[in-house]
Write a protein that binds this ligand. Sequence first.
Ligand SMILES: *[C@@H]1O[C@H](CO)[C@@H](O)[C@H](O)[C@H]1NC(C)=O
Ligand SMILES: *[C@@H]1O[C@H](CO)[C@@H](O)[C@H](O)[C@H]1NC(C)=O
Ligand SMILES: *[C@@H]1O[C@H](CO)[C@@H](O)[C@H](O)[C@H]1NC(C)=O
Length: 272
Amino acid sequence: MKTAFVFLGLLLMIVAAVANGSGCCDHAITMFEKKMETLVMELKSSCRTPPVASSCQELHKKDPSLHSGVYELVFGLQKLPVYCHIGNFGCGDGGWTPVMKIDGKKLTFVYDSGFWSNKTVFNSEGGMTGFDQKETMLPSYWSTPLSKICLGMMIHGKVNYVVINKSASSLHSLIADGVYRATSLGRDKWKSLIGSEASLQRNCNKEGFNPVPETWRKTRIGYVANQENNCDTCDSYVGFDSKGDMSCGNYASYDADNGDRRTTTMGYILVQ
Ligand SMILES: *[C@@H]1O[C@H](CO)[C@@H](O)[C@H](O)[C@H]1NC(C)=O
Ligand SMILES: *[C@@H]1O[C@H](CO)[C@@H](O)[C@H](O)[C@H]1NC(C)=O
Ligand SMILES: *[C@@H]1O[C@H](CO)[C@@H](O)[C@H](O)[C@H]1NC(C)=O
């Protein structure tokens, strides 16, 4: 790199001297010098290697000047370029590591999909872009420790977010065993992922990871409800994946508070 800068400096001097000699105005020289300085600065910053990190939050802490973008992260023995979201896009400050992107219309990540437990990467290219339509499951699911989970659902082109405060060795450790782990966001907060169209039945009302592992409309992360005063046959949920014909969004039938719904959304899961 050093030789390149020396060369650039030399080039700058020669050009300046020639321009001077040929009576070219000082203004042109100054402009040229400024352009060269900018070029050198850009070269310097693109040559700086980002720190080695295993999460976007670690990357952000090691170098707070980094912006959102694609960075190579180390997941155990695996290195993978992922899109790090840095700064507050709706879930608070810091560096957010993407974990999953779920297309509610597809069945890739339905409740019984092996992906929730078998530690298999799905479409890693989807992890290199932001809040778009590409599905992905990244190794951050089983290898990134977390203290916060950011959930987003895209509806009518806008993403709504909620944050769960929860510490764990990984998201996999909270989900893969199928055990119920409660959260306490509340019904309205879960509905806010969908907005005014959200609909849920009035009973059962369980939320978290694997709320009600055995029911009709079950979910890995979300809120489930029923019209009967028990959780045996829930026909409504807001959540990430479900049993049946959709995998993310809001489903509601049988006396739900805002009518029958089958709203599929893109779902985004990130951790910090
Ligand atoms: C431009 O020419 C003048 C005299 O003609 C000289 O004093 C000056 O050092 C020259 N500047 C450059 C950048 O070569
Ligand atoms: C994990 O589960 C998914 C979905 O069922 C499947 O496509 C994939 O091959 C499985 N991976 C392994 C290693 O069994
Ligand atoms: C989560 O923790 C943050 C502070 O880290 C706090 O501001 C926020 O209110 C908490 N959210 C919930 C739902 O408890």
